[in-house]
Design a protein around this ligand. Structure first.
Ligand SMILES: Cc1cc2nc3c(=O)[nH]c(=O)nc-3n(C[C@H](O)[C@H](O)[C@H](O)COP(=O)(O)OP(=O)(O)OC[C@H]3O[C@@H](n4cnc5c(N)ncnc54)[C@H](O)[C@@H]3O)c2cc1C
Length: 427
């Protein structure tokens, strides 16, 4: 290992740890660093973003906090988010509005029932209380009793996980932010990071449009822009920005009561949840759209205008299969369309932890449409990794280099990441 870069010149702004990105992942890492270091922890933490906190992908999330993930490591990260919400509510002495309505995983045909059993089994935590994540199996009529908008005839079997829920993603992100601020974390917006500066194999800091900030440790939580930023340090990330989208019906509380469970319906490539008397539903579509991370605008709101068909193709393609499962959709109008960029990897796993090629560089990205659900776990485990402490959830399955050398700007990578989103069956 070479010696770290020399200390910053007197007039250079500096921090011990810089987190790039004040979306939910950057804020969750900052929160966990603040918790671990305490107000007088001796190491300064600075979060930088060009936009105000939680205004990009985070602001657009449906924010399902689905526990069944098919692999134990991801499920453990999600479980940690529930623990984080409880801890934040205790610290801030407020209710963060977690809507614990449960998730109903629906299988429309016999073949899907086996896949559903495997998905739910993957959530089992052998170390935890066996009663911690209860699952109730239902037939079609039982499912329709729980979720009256479902057609009992169209459902073969369903698995209900009553402890699941959803949350306002901006509210959760803001809770991480406020707790981090209490611990002494500084947050600066209006600062655009141009590059991560590396000297002799070590992180030296970040170059921004307002000058250089020296830091021996940088956490890249730049969401859809993370691959472009990592490339400035010579690191290729195995992820691509992929469009996610959902629709919200007109309000019909008679059809979509507030306590309707979250519905995960892989036969239709769909999920749904109640939204103030309306139904919010997402369709994944056979062909997801991935974007070149080198060509993203700084604000993805513009992307909706330039590169989107308003979700029309996906809606046309998936509507009937979904409405057969959920017939009230044949009767109601659509009031809103929401789209934004998630970042997907080809294997559907996050991109988390240290980058071996560059000392002091860590990743908290590759969200695979589950960044809200896993935020607490990602925050705690990435912070532990940064501080050289044992990771509550071991990050090796999410190692940035696990898929070998990649060209983050190649069409082949984009295709593989888009396919991962289209093939997703969990929440
Ligand atoms: C339609 C939709 C539905 C979704 N539904 C769910 C769901 O149900 N459940 C779930 O868990 N997740 C869901 N997601 C995914 C979720 O939104 C993301 O996983 C999560 O918001 C990722 O957070 P982030 O902090 O990585 O990204 P972001 O929130 O995008 O934050 C990244 C931040 O980095 C900043 N940044 C980037 N580059 C720079 C730079 N060079 N200089 C300065 N600042 C920079 C950006 O300005 C931004 O604020 C959904 C996403 C979409 C779009």
């Amino acid at each position: 290992m070479t010696a770290p870069p020399a200390a910053a010149p007197a007039n250079t702004e500096s921090a011990d740890i810089v987190v790039v990105g004040a979306g939910i992942l950057g804020l969750a890492v900052a929160w966990a660093l603040g918790q671990a270091l305490g107000r007088d922890g001796g190491r300064s933490v600075l979060v930088v973003d060009r936009h105000p906190p939680a205004t990009q992908a985070t602001a657009r999330a449906a924010a399902l906090l689905t526990r069944a993930r098919g692999d134990a490591a991801t499920a453990a990260l999600v479980r940690d988010t529930y623990a984080a919400i409880a801890a934040l509510e205790g610290e801030l002495e407020e209710d963060l509005g977690l809507r614990r309505v449960g998730t109903l995983h629906v299988a429309a045909g016999a073949a899907r029932v086996e896949a559903l059993r495997a998905l739910v089994a993957g959530n089992a935590d052998p170390g935890a209380d066996p009663g911690a994540d209860p699952v109730e199996w239902l037939d079609g009529d039982g499912a329709a009793r729980l979720a009256p908008c479902l057609s009992g005839e169209a459902v073969e079997r369903a698995a209900f996980m009553p402890l699941d829920g959803f949350i306002d993603p901006v509210r959760l992100a803001d809770a991480y932010r406020r707790s981090a601020r209490r611990s002494g974390v500084r947050i600066r917006n209006g600062l655009s990071v141009r590059a991560i500066r590396v000297e002799r194999g070590h992180v030296a800091g970040i170059d921004t449009d307002h000058g250089f900030i020296a830091a021996p440790v940088v956490v890249n939580a730049a969401g859809a822009w993370a691959a472009g930023l990592a490339w400035s340090a010579g690191v290729g990330l195995p992820q691509a920005p992929v469009r996610s989208q959902y629709w919200i019906t007109e309000p019909r509380p008679d059809l979509f009561p507030r306590d309707l469970p979250v519905l995960v319906m892989p036969d239709a490539g769909a999920y749904a949840r109640p939204e103030l008397g309306a139904l919010l539903f997402g369709l994944r579509g056979r062909r997801s759209i991935a974007f070149d991370p080198a060509r993203l605008p700084a604000d993805t709101a513009g992307l909706e205008l330039a590169d989107s068909d308003g979700g029309w193709e996906t809606l046309e393609e998936g509507w009937h299969t979904l409405a057969r499962l959920c017939p009230p959709l044949f009767q109601v109008g659509i009031a809103h369309y929401v789209s934004g960029l998630s970042t997907y990897t080809a294997d559907g796993r996050f991109v988390l932890g240290p980058v071996p090629e560059v000392e002091g560089l860590f990743m908290a990205t590759g969200c695979c449409g589950a960044g809200i659900a896993a935020s607490g776990g990602i925050g705690r485990s990435v912070a532990a990794s940064v501080l050289g402490r044992p990771e509550p959830v071991e990050l090796s399955p999410f190692a940035p280099g696990r898929l070998g050398a990649v060209d983050p700007f190649s069409p082949a990578l984009r295709d593989a990441c888009a396919a991962a989103r289209s093939g997703k069956t969990a929440g």
